[in-house]
Design a protein around this ligand. Structure first.
Ligand code: UDP
Ligand code: MG
Length: 314
């Protein structure tokens, strides 16, 4: 049996050797092993570090992307190249503790196809991170039809069958967390307390988090469009009622001087709603546009010689 471990890395040169060591420490037994590091267009020496690690260790492989495609795309690259019977994915900063690997494998051997992890809310995590993460999942669950569990990041084990489904999905921008939930199969949750980042700082800037949130919401639901329609309907009804009132005041009473503030407020209000609705429609349209171009989710600049080109997806 072969186990693949996939690690997306963006500017993680200081962490990689330690990550590899800790993974191997926790992945023992009669398995064939494969550690695939995906360099997501790092600006530091991640690529060079990976080449050196590869020279010293046959079990280590690397895929260097042509530029920064983002965490989700890097993860997908790793899944494409992985050839194991199951694939474990985790972050390159040791916040996802490799000590869980035996437990993940145990559940897989017991017959689960997806073993995902859930982070216990931890006081050690930065306050802002906890708040944004909690708000993110709340928003996701309000706005989409999939039930996202808070604290489930991309530390999980998936069976070959699930990996093949991911590989075959044509989404240009795949939100894995939601997709994995959507595919079904037999799933098992494992809880853990996160560790602090080993070295370096977070690679998820606010911009990248907003992008992730938008892609998660728009790729799993059209509920925001329903909200937009509903908001439009409510405002129309209110506007119509007010118009009737205005006509009544003009024609049947003598107090026809209508204040400018009510006009201003309603114009601003309706204008705001219109912009919001246009924005939501634009988000979906933009995604349709990106998808219609059928560009690949990532481009590979270089891999090591031990890593065969992945077969075409099913
Ligand atoms: N990452 C990536 N591409 C990016 C941003 C991040 O491959 O554009 C990787 C990063 O190297 C790490 C994982 O995604 O392995 C999670 O990122 P990070 O730990 O910075 O996020 P946080 O834990 O702060 O949410
Ligand atoms: Mg991290």
């Amino acid at each position: 049996m072969k186990i693949s471990v996939v690690v997306p890395a963006y500017n993680e040169e200081e962490n990689l050797p330690e990550v590899a060591a800790r993974i191997k420490e926790n992945l023992t037994g009669r398995y064939e092993r494969e550690l695939i590091f995906v360099d997501d267009g790092s600006r530091d020496d991640t690529g060079r570090v990976l080449r050196e690690m590869r020279e010293q260790d046959e079990e280590i492989h690397y895929v260097l992307l042509s530029r920064n495609f983002g965490h989700q795309s890097a993860l997908r690259a790793g899944l494409d190249y992985a050839s194991g019977d199951c694939i474990i994915s985790l972050d390159a900063d040791l916040q996802h503790p490799p000590r869980l690997i035996p437990e993940l494998l145990g559940h897989w051997l017991a017959g689960f196809d997806i073993v995902y992890t859930q982070r216990r809310d931890d006081e050690k995590l930065p306050w802002l991170k906890r708040r944004t993460s909690a708000a993110f999942y709340k928003l996701m669950n309000t706005l989409s039809s999939v039930n996202f569990e808070p604290g489930t990041a991309d530390y999980r084990l998936i069976d070959r069958r699930v990996a093949d489904v991911v590989r075959a999905s044509p989404d240009v921008e795949l939100f894995l967390r939601g997709f994995i939930h959507w595919v079904g199969f037999r799933q098992k949750r494992v809880e853990y307390t996160p560790e602090p980042r080993f070295r370096g700082t977070t690679k998820y800037t606010l911009g990248k988090m907003v992008q992730l949130a938008l892609s998660g919401i728009t790729s799993f639901s059209v509920r925001p469009l329903h909200f937009a329609t509903l908001a439009g309907a409510i405002v129309s009804v209110l506007a119509f009622a007010y118009a009737l009132y205005a006509l009544y005041v003009t024609f049947f009473t003598t107090r026809a001087v209508v204040g400018w503030s009510s006009v201003l407020v309603s114009v601003l209000f309706i204008g705001g709603i219109q912009l919001l609705v246009l924005g939501i429609m634009g988000e979906y349209l933009g995604r349709l546009f990106m998808q219609s171009k059928q560009r690949p989710p990532y481009l590979v600049r270089e891999t090591d010689d031990g890593l065969p080109r992945p077969p075409a997806p099913l």
